[in-house]
Ligand binder design. Structure first.
Ligand SMILES: Cc1cc2nc3c(=O)[nH]c(=O)nc-3n(C[C@H](O)[C@H](O)[C@H](O)COP(=O)(O)O)c2cc1C
Length: 227
């Protein structure tokens, strides 16, 4: 059994990001995993400050909310992290950005439990659930690109994005692309889902999917080796 933590950034507990978070958690649990959903706006009530004024002499952060508990009890022990956010001004919601900003204090050299946090953040599978009103395919690219850079920084495989379209609370359930089904499937497959991020010199099979490798039609597909 693996553990997944879903960090949901919408302030609407019955909104579209939460609907997708719940669907992903259901899929994960059906596949035998443990899944926790955290409403970031509830766990964090403060934004990052000037650390020189609020860091305690022992190196811990003096902001009195549930962020330390979130980091140590849910994020560090999790095997995968899913970020769920509404699209706000073509970016992530402020509470998710605040999560990343505040995380800085927990990986700082001065933080006494840094050696627990840093190794735990590296290499976890990550995925994105994005709720937006607009269907224009690039509307959410800013969020995807930022998460891709964060994944690269954390040496983490970025294994999936589900974009649900809706504006009213829970309206994603009517999206004809069925993002709730896609989120459920992503939850079930989070640890097995195919992921590739090649270097030019990587050894590649002639086909991506094992079933296609001996397929007669697949044999006609050109690969880098054929060029
Ligand atoms: C402050 C704010 C900014 C928004 N900016 C965008 C935007 O740039 N593009 C977009 O497609 N939708 C935008 N929306 C709409 C939300 O992304 C949309 O309603 C989404 O479904 C909300 O998700 P939630 O139900 O999880 O809160 C915005 C909504 C708010 C409240």
């Amino acid at each position: 059994m693996s553990r997944i933590v879903v960090l949901c950034a919408s302030p609407r507990p019955d909104g579209n990001s939460m609907a997708m978070s719940l669907a992903l958690a259901d899929g994960a649990r059906e596949a035998g995993h443990e899944a926790d959903i955290v409403e970031l706006g509830t766990a964090m009530t403060e934004t990052l400050r000037d650390c020189r004024t609020c860091r305690r002499p022992d190196g811990t952060c003096s902001i009195e909310d549930d962020f330390a508990t979130l980091v140590h009890e849910l994020v560090v022990p999790a095997d995968a992290t899913v970020y769920a956010t509404p699209l706000y001004w073509y970016g992530m919601a402020a509470s998710l950005k605040n999560y990343f900003d505040r995380l800085t204090c927990y990986i700082a050299a001065s933080y006494p439990r840094r050696d627990e946090v840093v190794p735990a953040l590296l290499g976890k599978r990550i995925a994105l659930l994005l709720a937006s009103e607009e269907r224009y395919p690039a509307a959410g690219h800013g969020v995807t690109f930022q998460l891709q850079e964060i994944a690269r920084y954390l040496r983490s495989p970025f294994v999936g994005v589900v974009n649900g379209i809706g504006n009213k609370r829970g309206e994603v359930r009517y999206d004809p692309d069925r993002p709730l089904d896609a989120a459920r499937r992503l939850g079930a497959e989070l640890f097995e889902r195919h992921h590739s991020d090649y270097w030019m010199q990587a050894e590649r099979p002639n086909a991506v999917w094992p079933e296609a490798r001996d397929d007669a039609i697949g044999a006609e597909v050109s690969t880098y080796d054929d060029i």
